[in-house]
Unconditional design. Structure first.
Length: 252
């Protein structure tokens, strides 16, 4: 698993000739730091990084709030057509993501959001998977805790925010990590709704480094490494909580 990352790091220090040599040399002849500087010349990496961070933060916060509320409603509340609506929600997960691209882009166009950072963020404010994940987690919590809160006079919203939501912290953290990873790595959607380089995220910006006939692989690997590091660090810091959250939801 580590070998591709080691190969990527070594490639960032190679020249184009060394990267394309056959047979390939494992170690570079000398450390070439120019590839990292060239990335900033070819694309506005700073602006793309800010766009990616904004997308991750806003989407993660929105999904944690909206998906937890929807998941709790499907797990605990009794309302007409609950099971039908939940099956309809699951059906969204069974349809390829590409089917939604055209109608979502038309919505962005009608709202006047094309070629804006807001267009990157809007479709990811809610997800069917997040609702399903939180529904599974809330279903495992004891119902007696809610009943005790209701007997003490707590409203439904007070019960949710003060009692159930703190208990669902592992599931919320797992949802946050999933959402952050998906938002950070999203490629196709930014390329559809935005055309200006400074309105793209990192994944779309790195895709522009791939040439039609010739690609500077050392520079591409340098940009990819800088784009990967934040998510790798986040996952390494939170991997224990991440595994706990997935195990608690019962999802294999």
């Amino acid at each position: 698993m580590i070998v591709p990352f080691v190969w990527q790091i070594l490639t960032t220090f190679k020249s184009e000739t060394e990267a394309l040599a056959v047979p390939s040399d494992i170690l570079p002849a000398q450390l070439n730091w120019q590839n990292y500087l060239d990335v900033f010349v070819r694309i506005p990496l700073g602006a793309m990084f800010v766009n990616s961070v904004a997308s991750v933060l806003i989407r993660t916060a929105a999904q944690v709030l909206f998906c937890s509320m929807a998941g709790y409603a499907f797990a605990r509340l009794r309302f007409p057509l609950r099971n039908f609506l939940f099956v309809l929600l699951l059906a969204i997960m069974m349809v390829p993501r590409e089917i939604y691209l055209l109608p979502q882009s038309e919505i962005m166009k009608s709202l006047g959001l094309l070629n804006t950072v807001a267009a990157l963020i809007a479709p990811g404010l809610f997800s069917a998977f997040g609702t399903f994940l939180m529904r599974q987690f809330f279903a495992t919590l004891p119902i007696s805790l809610e009943e005790a809160a209701r007997l003490d006079g707590a409203s439904r919203f007070r019960t949710f925010f003060s009692v159930m939501l703190p208990l669902a912290r592992p599931g919320l953290l797992a949802l946050a990590i999933f959402t952050a990873l998906w938002s950070w790595n999203e490629l196709l959607w930014p390329l559809i709704v935005n055309s200006d380089a400074d309105k793209l995220n990192l994944s779309a910006g790195l895709a522009s480094l791939t040439g039609e006939y010739v690609t500077n692989y050392p520079m591409l690997m340098a940009g990819s490494l800088m784009a990967e590091l934040p998510m790798i660090i986040v996952f390494l810091l939170l991997q224990k909580r991440f595994v706990e959250g997935i195990a608690g939801t019962g999802i294999k």
